[in-house]
Each structure stands twice: as structure tokens, then as C-alpha cells.
Design a protein around this ligand. Structure first.
Ligand code: FAD
Length: 417
């Protein structure tokens, strides 16, 4: 869209009141073909792909608060695809490819920045484990490079490379196509595109019950009344078990609290995302100059979003150990989100044992990077009543049969978002 100087000035003076809304303020109809519960990136994206790729137009996204106000807006936006196990690396690589074209597809600037994601190695055992992951990535067509100490020093001069460090840096693995994106924009971009295809996006509409009859979905109960639906998809991040329980389904998921924080802005000195599994910390620098810092879980089950101060201390101490120059920086903000942890560190995108009910959840530390592929696969699974090859392994069944996708030791652990 192009604006003249006068139209820019008019809009500035009018306090944005002349801006066209990016999506309609929809009210619920009595029924839909598909209802998606949760207006984060996953839910909005699923509605978009259902309408765009599968031709289903009678869709509503129900969001209990405002869209993108959940973990989509609370995460540290690391995007990468170098997971260890083949089903995960295929899925996340599909996601990364979708990210690479998403700004153009949605005609919305997602500020996707492929600045590289660096995972540091601090011991021989860690090098060996990362070499295994790197080899597996190469076999699956996922890019990656191993860096020795000198290469790490050259690439990240601010890093403390001293040999007498508590955990000296011995090397690293980098995925140069990895990076970051603007979190809110992902929700807004999918919302605008879905709305343009006729999807109703209904905010302030909490789902309080899921209705079933004879083992099949009939609709949902909400704070804006009952709505019937032939199919319902759940994409509610840290509230997955609660929603599934409304339909009588118990999930192998624990909900935990994960914190992140930003510092005051400083001159650019870090042009990649740097992450250390040993220190349980990762650091990147925003375009504004703030340092975004995150780490591991608080370590107890909770739906609260408060977080322990001792965890902030651990995370900032670890960051300052890696980057001594940030010791005197002040923190500007810190926040938390509730994350759903599966027992094997891999997600669930599957039909549930109730006809017409589908789940996207269990994202552990890493569901932001998954947003496009998760939405794409959830839409496919709903439309076809069967998984795509990309999400076939992410079944609920695997926890009963023991066919787990144990990613925790390699691709999905604290500090490796
Ligand atoms: P959300 O954005 O949370 O959307 C779900 C929506 O469901 C919410 O808006 C919520 O209000 C709504 N909802 C809940 N219950 C109901 C109900 N009953 N009725 C209606 N609506 C309901 N991932 C990465 O890949 N990289 C990272 O760097 C990263 N960093 C993270 C850092 C932190 C601190 C946290 C907390 C998470 C991080 N994640 C990261 C994980 C990532 O944020 C999530 O996996 C991802 O954003 C989930 O997206 P979503 O759309 O499923 O969920």
C-alpha cells in the first residue's frame, strides 16, 4: 500500500482513526464447519490454511482474550530447523521454508531475519552430540556448519573465550538460515489474511465446554453462547490439557512456566542468536538494540505467569558469564508464559479419540518456529480427517505404543529453543 505525504500526515493527526481495520470484529454465528479454539499464530494460521488450501470457508477462530496475546507474543522468536530426529527435522524444515516465503504470502512484514542460530559446545561430550545432530541434519537436507573455537571467536567477538572459563567454549554448530521474526506480526498477518478469506475471528470469547454426542463433536460452549460445529481444532498452547479435559481426554502433558526478559538497548554487538545448553541460556539482540535473554523452565507445574526471581538471577548470571560486557546493563522487562511439555520433547498434531476433534499442542520450548508448519499440518489433518506425512509421527497414540520421538537430549532442551 502506498501513502502520499499528505495521507501520512492526515493519518498521524487523526490518531490512526482513519486506518482500515485489519480484520472484521466478528460476532459468533450459530454454527460453523470448523471452529479453531485459540487465536495465537497456530490457530489463526490453521484457519488461514483451511480456507486457502482446503477451500473450507465457514470457519471461526475463538480467542478468550485478544489475538496473539498468548505465547505468540511472549516468546523469544527463535526460528531454526536443525532438530535431531528425522520426523522433527522434516517438519521444522518445512516450517522454515514456509517462514522464508511468509512475508510475501501474507503481504505483511514479519521482519523475518535469518541472522543465524549458534549453539555453543562446552565439552567433548557436547561436541560429539552436536556432531551427531549435524550429521543427521545433513542427511535430511537441513543446512548446518560446525565451527571450531577460532571461528566462534571471529564470529562472536563479544563472547568470553577464555580457556579458564567455568565452561570454556570449545566450538559451536550454526544454522545460518535460522534467526528471528516479529512475533505479533505473525498473528496479525495470519489474522488479516484469514479474515480476507471469510474466517470469523472472535475475540473475548472463552471456550468453557466442548460438546459431544455419541463420541462425536457437536460444538462448543463459550462466554458468548453455544456454537455448533462439525469439527473443532484446539490450539491453545499452555492450556492444552484443560481444553482436552473438557472433552474427557487426558493428555501426557505437564504445564510449566517459562520466563524471558529484555535489557535496555545498546549499540549493536551481536548479530546472531547465541544459545548454550550447558548454561541453560540464550541471547539475541533486537533491531532496537535490546538484548533478549531466556533460559530454562522455572521447574514446577503452574498456569500462573509470574515466575521466580531466582530463575531470573540464574539466567542473567549465565548470560553475563558468556558476555561479560553486559554485566552492568539494566533489565527493562521480564515476562512468563505457560508452556506444555510432552514427555519426549516433541509435539502432538493429531486427531483425538473423539470424532471431529483435533489437537495442536505440546510445544515445549519451541512452538513459535513451528507456527507455519503446525498451522499447515493442523489444517491438513482437519480437512482430511487424517494426518499429513509431516505430522504422522506426532500422534497421541505414540505415548501408548511407546513409539516416542525423544528429542530432549539433542534438539529440544533448555537453552536450545
Ligand atoms: P498462543 O499464542 O498461546 O495461542 C493460544 C491462544 O489460546 C491464546 O491466545 C489463549 O488466550 C487462547 N486460549 C486459551 N484457552 C482458551 C479458551 N478456553 N478459549 C479460547 N481461547 C483460549 N518457541 C520458539 O520456537 N522459539 C522461541 O524462542 C521460543 N521462546 C519462548 C519463550 C517463552 C518465554 C515462552 C513462554 C515460549 C517460547 N516459545 C518459543 C514457545 C512458543 O511461544 C509457543 O510454543 C508458541 O507461541 C505457541 O503458539 P500458539 O499459537 O499455539 O499459542
Amino acid at each position: 500500500m502506498r501513502y502520499s505525504f499528505f495521507s501520512l500526515a492526515r493519518n498521524a493527526l487523526a490518531g490512526h482513526s482513519l486506518w482500515p481495520p485489519a480484520w472484521r470484529p466478528a460476532k459468533p454465528k450459530t454454527g460453523y464447519d470448523v471452529i479453531i479454539i485459540g487465536g495465537g499464530g497456530h490457530g489463526l494460521g490453521a484457519a488461514y490454511y483451511l480456507a486457502k488450501r482446503h477451500g473450507i470457508k465457514n470457519i471461526a477462530v475463538l480467542e478468550r482474550g485478544w489475538i496473539g496475546g498468548g505465547n505468540t507474543a511472549r516468546n523469544t522468536t527463535i526460528v531454526r530447523s536443525n532438530y535431531f530426529l528425522t520426523p522433527n527435522s522434516n517438519f521444522y524444515e518445512h516450517s522454515l521454508r514456509l517462514w522464508e516465503g511468509l512475508t510475501e504470502e501474507l503481504n505483511f512484514n514479519l521482519m523475518f531475519s535469518q541472522r543465524g542460530v549458534v549453539n555453543l559446545c562446552h565439552s567433548q561430550a557436547e561436541i560429539e552430540s552436536f556432531v551427531r545432530r549435524y550429521n543427521s541434519n545433513r542427511q535430511n537436507g537441513v543446512d548446518g556448519e560446525l565451527l571450531n573455537r577460532d571461528a566462534v571467536r571471529r564470529m562472536i567477538p563479544a563472547l568470553d573465550m577464555s580457556e579458564d572459563h567455568r565452561f570454556p567454549v570449545l566450538g559451536a554448530v550454526i544454522q545460518r538460515r535460522g534467526g528471528t521474526a516479529r512475533h505479533d506480526a505473525v498473528a496479525w498477518g495470519y489474522a488479516r489474511a484469514a479474515d480476507a478469506l471469510g474466517v470469523d475471528i472472535i475475540q473475548n470469547c472463552e471456550v468453557t465446554g466442548i460438546r459431544t454426542q455419541a463420541g462425536a463433536i457437536t460444538g462448543v460452549e463459550t462466554t458468548q453462547g453455544d456454537i455448533s460445529a462439525e469439527k473443532v481444532g484446539i490450539a491453545v498452547a499452555g492450556h492444552t490439557s484443560q481444553l482436552a479435559a473438557m472433552a474427557g481426554v487426558t493428555l501426557p502433558i505437564e504445564t510449566h512456566l517459562l520466563q524471558a526478559m529484555v535489557s535496555e538497548p545498546v549499540k549493536p554487538f551481536l548479530n546472531s542468536v547465541v544459545s548454550s545448553g550447558t548454561h541453560h541460556v540464550y541471547v539475541s539482540q533486537t533491531d532496537k538494540g535490546e538484548l533478549v535473554i531466556g533460559g530454562g523452565l522455572d521447574g514446577y507445574n503452574s498456569y500462573s505467569r509470574r515466575g521466580m526471581y531466582s530463575r531470573i538471577e540464574d539466567i542473567t548470571a549465565a548470560a553475563a558469564e558468556l558476555f561479560p560486557r553486559i554485566r552492568s546493563l539494566r533489565l527493562m522487562r521480564k515476562w512468563s508464559g505457560a508452556v506444555d511439555m510432552t514427555m519426549d520433547g516433541s509435539p502432538i498434531i493429531a486427531k483425538l479419540p473423539i470424532d471431529g476433534l483435533y489437537l495442536d499442542g505440546g510445544w515445549c520450548y519451541g512452538g513459535f518456529k513451528a507456527t507455519p508448519a503446525a498451522a499447515w499440518c493442523l489444517a491438513h489433518t482437519i480437512a482430511n480427517d487424517a494426518p499429513h506425512d509431516l505430522n504422522r509421527a506426532f500422534s497421541l497414540e505414540r505415548f501408548r505404543t511407546g513409539h516416542l520421538l525423544n528429542e530432549r537430549g539433542q534438539g529440544n532442551r533448555p537453552g536450545l529453543h
